[in-house]
Design a protein around this ligand. Structure first.
Ligand code: UT7
Length: 327
């Protein structure tokens, strides 16, 4: 019988464009539009202190390229070693080709499978689970999995309830075939009945944008659902992986709001010290938030070989997903 193939995380990278934009700078920008906000409100309600915005000429694939180059360098691999690229994004460079194909060209890879995954803030976990299955079935050996976003392009600066929450960035990981696991378990979920609480409904037709091209959100409804599904999916995927949820070394949930992270941590009875939180520095970077947080924790030395991780996404669709892995 052929030996089972597993996938292992062998490298991570992250990229945040430009200088950080403080809450004070956002408040000033809003004031210029006659809209009131404050640093105190943003900090207290979300934990966000700053975010990064891409320059006008920077596209999502540019951010993805920087994060991918850094992930490949950390893995000690060259772009030519990659035989699968999956990019999770809701802010692609263009309608087509995919951002993954544009990234392939920028990386100088001549040929490999490349496609985008659209699951909004759950996109990276969806993409990582997909890459794991490609590797397990022998379809790929070295996968570059990226979450990259330029959400600043779909923010309505007249809506103080959303424009202060998001930022741009990209995170990437390299997943490789191995004899030992690696990725232990994952599960992806969608409940489309909740489409209306988080969406960007605009579309292109006949040369025009039809409907609003801006992100809209019922923050409280998303908050409640996010807390519920982050708790339930962590428990379900920990059980699938044969792990005691309380014994998992690090939780890396989607970074939308510090209050959500703390509330989920309390429900799961895990101390805040085992929660990786980058929302203060990055704000919500949608599909990029989990790989950016993962990269930050690996680079500052918190993540060590042999430890167990729970990665979790939640967002528009309504989608969510969780993935447990051993480093
Ligand atoms: O990535 C996808 C996942 N997204 C999320 O998980 C986001 C989940 N939701 C949240 O994080 C929170 O619901 C928000 C941060 C979006 C909002 O926090 P909240 O505590 O639920 O506030 P709220 O929407 O109930 O608004 C409270 C008040 C309102 O004023 P009134 O109606 O009480 O007078 C808002 O208009 O806060 C006001 N407000 C603001 N005030 C100052 C909303 N945004 C701002 C702002 N500055 N930027």
């Amino acid at each position: 019988m052929a030996a089972r193939i597993y996938s292992r995380l062998v490298g991570t990278g992250g990229y945040l464009p430009g200088a950080p934009v403080s809450n004070a700078a956002m408040v000033e920008r809003l004031a210029g539009l006659g809209i009131e906000s404050s640093d105190e409100w943003i900090r207290e309600r979300t934990g966000i202190e700053q975010r990064h915005f891409a320059a006008d000429q920077q596209s999502t694939s540019d951010l993805a390229f920087e994060a991918s180059s850094s992930a490949l360098a950390s893995a000690g691999l060259a772009a030519k070693d990659v035989d699968l690229i999956i990019v999770a994004t809701s802010t692609p460079d263009m309608i087509f080709p995919s951002t993954a194909c544009r990234l392939q060209r920028k990386l100088g890879i001549h040929q490999c499978a490349a496609f985008d995954v659209q699951a909004v803030c759950s996109g990276f976990v969806y993409a990582l689970a997909t890459a794991d299955l490609f590797i397990q079935t022998g379809q790929a050996r070295t996968a570059l999995v990226v979450g990259a976003e330029t959400f600043s392009r779909i923010l309505d600066y007249n809506d103080r309830g959303t424009c202060v929450l998001f930022g741009d960035g990209a995170g990437a990981v390299v997943l490789r075939a191995a004899d030992t696991p690696g990725v232990l378990a994952h599960k992806l979920y969608a409940r489309a009945e909740h489409e209306a609480i988080l969406n960007t409904p605009g579309q292109l037709a006949h040369g025009k944008v039809c409907g609003s091209p801006f992100l809209t959100m019922d923050g409280q409804a998303v908050f409640r659902l996010a807390v519920e599904v982050l708790e339930s999916s962590a428990r379900e995927v920990a059980a699938m992986a044969g792990l005691d949820v309380k014994a998992i070394d690090w939780f890396i949930p989607h970074q939308a709001n510090r209050r959500i992270l703390v509330m989920v941590g309390k429900r799961l009875q895990i101390p805040e010290s085992r929660l990786i939180a980058t929302v203060a520095q990055h704000a919500n970077t949608s599909a990029a938030s989990v790989p950016l947080a993962l990269d930050a924790a690996r680079r500052d030395g918190r993540l060590q070989a042999g430890q167990t991780l729970m990665l979790q996404g939640v967002g528009g669709g309504f989608t969510w997903g969780a993935l447990a892995l051993r480093l």
